[in-house]
Design a protein around this ligand. Structure first.
Ligand code: ADP
Ligand code: ZN
Length: 735
């Protein structure tokens, strides 16, 4: 008793490390360091030094604290702004919601370790000023340098030499002679302040009313979610840019999430037109230096507006006032590997923790979001008409049973006629097929053998231009064999079904004179190529656009008046929970590219089932009615959003191990009122990258949280090291 009382307790802190460990670890605080919660620190772990964050949440499952003598000390604190309370709470929240280790989530918030170090100051030159009694010779070159400098202003050597049209050697010579001296360049301000009062377009009445409502939400400096809907081309972007302007006036930072930031050149042009400067960008294709500078600028409040992909949610905004999620229905917002999370849903959480306004934007909102608006959790704003008097395109079906294409072709006579007319009038046409490559299947005409991926349950897709058969899941590629690998017959392999390359081949034969562009992820590698293609279309240097889902993304092509959907039934196969909803959203978005300016647009959907509710909804344009029917179908079975789902994906290189673990999970499955487990069953992708996969699906009533159910369930089953069990809360894909 006496003993324990006399023990001096050394100060200790919890440090969370960006590693998939259980929770934060205790460390001793040396007297030489003064630390606060949120500080980035260096700590020893095993034989390594590692970066972490001083955390304040209780360590999960901690039974007794580590005794003092086993405690190791924090080594150093880094010269970076501490991680804010709201970001730390966000990391904890995402970890708890997705059942991920907090350290795995923290890693996303510390993705740029280099940004935590003080930036190395760059040296430049400054006028030496009077002093010394040397009289160096002033050559014309040296005079040009002196003319290019102002007293006290430090300039980078390269810049100065270029301005004075001299070599760097001239500068060094001037320094030797005491005319100029080296000095540190001031820390550059990377991002100019967007001007909220820069003159923007004059909003129409409906736009102005919606913008005013959003501005009010932002000015309230409190959390709230608003759904902004409106037909394609109604001008939603201009409306939410007004909310961004208000956020700037409030002196807070704004974040805009776009589903495919690399395809957003037109969006950036509009931002520049509205605010006079470009925003900060955040996505996987910015270089490491920009990444470091941007991260730091955000942390220091010097990046007023960030436009980014989902990972931008984890940037260290000190005062976030607005989060916009554009095209909120897009499945690209779901991250499927590592920490599995939905950026749209996490954006709402990020906004709540930061006391910021959140705006979800879409012409075709998800049923989840519509339901939240209906039940009053979200405010709803709607723009009923296209901007500038443009009308919505007329959508017609082409029944492929009545108007089939020629044998071995994929474009029907009515669609061919419509394209010919359109480009004959000097307008642009688009053919949409959501499939890359030449053909999705290669088959032996002699024995029926199908070319499949050795690592995945998938056919190999032919990419004829590159003379390759390729797996779209694992990247496996091989040259097309000259003879069938099964029966050995020569020249027996034949392409089955179309991809965009094959549609292009058909288009070349039909319209040899037309100027064409193919927009697919493999034909437009990177943002610059996509921007160039979009520019060519805008400049009318293209007559015919052939593309995959890339063409559905928010583009504004004023001269495009015809959209032909080559296979409208494509997304309905497989039939997962949201197949119909997603097909309606995608095709409506594609259709929405047509007729956005004066000339009216027309859309032709080729289908074998024109009577399907999805096709009827697209023709009538009454998506509200379609979504009401979807809701009515999902409600009784407690399917989302009227119930909750979580998937367990069991995988192993050893099929029996995967099978056994899946069976054990099935035997230990939770049950009871409002809780149901489906499976285990082989995943549709039963083999992926060489791993055998089984799936289980937990379905609960909406008032039951899945996380505690999952935690208890997983704790009951022992999982061998060779087996991985991935948890996917609110699954979007079911492969
Ligand atoms: P949505 O996002 O709703 O599909 P956009 O925001 O892309 O629609 O707007 C469609 C087109 O109309 C864009 O080219 C946009 O610049 C233009 N536009 C929208 N609102 C205005 C306005 N008030 N004044 C001028 N042009 C506008
Ligand atoms: Zn594969």
């Amino acid at each position: 008793m006496k003993d324990t009382l006399s023990v001096a307790v050394e100060p200790r802190l919890k440090v969370l490390l960006p590693l998939p460990l259980a929770g934060a670890y205790d460390y001793r605080v040396p007297r030489t360091l003064s630390l606060k919660i949120g500080d980035f620190v260096v700590v020893p772990l095993n034989q390594r030094d590692i970066l972490g964050v001083v955390w304040d949440s209780p360590t999960e499952g901690e039974s007794k604290p580590v005794p003092d003598h086993r405690l190791r000390a924090i080594t150093a604190v880094l010269p970076a702004p501490p991680m804010t309370e709201s970001l730390r709470r966000f990391v904890d929240w995402v970890a708890a919601y997705t059942l991920s280790p907090p350290g795995a989530v923290l890693r996303m918030a510390m993705s740029v370790p280099a940004a935590l170090e003080a930036p190395t100051p760059q040296a430049g030159w400054v006028l030496a000023g009077p002093g010394g009694n040397r009289q160096p010779r002033i050559t014309p070159e040296r005079q040009r340098v002196l003319d290019a400098m102002r007293p006290g202003e430090v300039q980078a050597g390269g810049q100065l030499a270029a301005a004075a049209r001299v070599s760097l050697g001239v500068l060094r010579g001037m320094a030797d002679n005491g005319l100029i001296r080296p000095a540190l360049l001031p820390h550059p301000r990377r991002f100019a302040r967007p001007d909220p009062d820069h003159p923007g377009p004059v909003l129409g009445d409906a736009q102005a009313a919606a913008a005013a409502a959003l501005v009010e939400r932002v000015a309230a400096r409190a959390f709230g979610v608003t759904l902004l809907t409106g037909v394609t081309g109604s001008g939603k972007t201009e409306v939410y840019l007004d909310a961004v302007a208000e956020c700037l006036r409030q002196g807070r930072q704004a974040l805009v999430l776009l589903p495919e930031i690399a395809l957003s050149a037109q969006w950036l042009d509009r931002f520049r037109a509205r605010f006079g400067v470009a925003p900060a960008l955040w996505h996987s294709e910015i270089g490491s230096r920009t990444r470091r500078d941007t991260w730091r600028a955000v942390a220091q409040g010097e990046a007023p507006v960030v436009v980014g992909a989902r990972s931008a949610l984890f940037l260290p905004f000190p005062d976030l006032g607005l989060v916009v999620v554009d095209e909120e229905h897009e499945t690209a917002f779901k991250q499927e590997d590592g920490v599995v999370y939905h950026a749209r849903d996490m954006a709402v959480v990020r906004a709540r923790l930061a006391k910021a306004a959140c705006v979800l934007v879409s012409a075709t909102p998800s049923l989840e979001t519509l339901n939240n608006a209906e039940t009053g959790r979200y405010q709803a704003l709607h723009l009923p008409q296209r901007h500038g008097g443009a009308t919505l395109p007329a959508v017609e079906m082409v029944d492929l049973r009545q108007a089939p294409p020629e044998r071995g072709r994929f474009l029907s006579p009515p669609l061919i006629a419509a394209v010919s007319e359109t480009i004959g009038r000097g307008e642009q046409a688009m053919l949409f097929l959501n499939r890359r490559g030449y053909a999705p299947l290669t088959l032996c005409r002699h024995c029926g053998h199908r070319m499949r991926c050795p690592n995945c349950t998938a056919w190999l897709v032919e990419h004829r231009a590159q003379r390759r058969l390729q797996c779209h899941h694992c990247g496996h590629a091989e040259a097309p064999p000259a003879e069938c690998p099964e029966c050995g017959t020569a020249n027996s392999l034949t392409a089955v079904g179309p991809g965009v390359e094959r549609v292009l081949e058909e288009a070349i034969a039909l319209w040899p004179e037309a100027r064409r562009v193919v927009m697919a992820s493999d034909t437009l590698p990177g943002p610059a190529a996509a921007a160039a293609a979009a520019q060519a279309i805008q400049d009318r240097a293209v007559d015919l656009i052939i593309g995959t889902q890339i063409v559905a993304k928010g583009w504004h092509f004023p001269h495009l008046t015809l959209v032909g959907v080559v296979d409208a039934d494509l997304g309905l196969a497989g039939g997962d929970l949201r197949a119909a909803e997603r097909t309606v959203q995608l095709l409506h978005q594609v259709a929405g590219r047509a007729g956005r300016a004066e000339a009216p647009g027309r859309v032709l959907l080729q289908s074998f089932s024109p009577e399907h509710p999805v096709m009827r909804a697209l023709v009538s344009g009454d998506l509200d009615a379609f979504m009401r029917e979807e809701a009515a179908m999902r409600r009784p079975g407690h399917w989302p959003p009227f119930g909750r789902l979580a998937a367990l994906i069991v995988s192993s290189e050893d099929e029996r191990e995967a099978e056994r673990t899946a069976r054990d999970l099935g035997l230990a499955a939770p049950g009871g009122e409002g809780v149901q487990v489906l499976g285990p069953a082989p995943a549709p992708l039963a083999l992926l990258r060489g791993r055998h996969r089984r799936r289980l699906l937990l379905k609960t009533r909406r008032d039951i949280a899945v996380q505690p159910v999952l935690r208890e369930w997983l704790a009951r089953v022992e999982v061998p090291n060779s087996v991985r069990v991935q948890v996917d809360v609110d699954p979007v894909g079911f492969l």
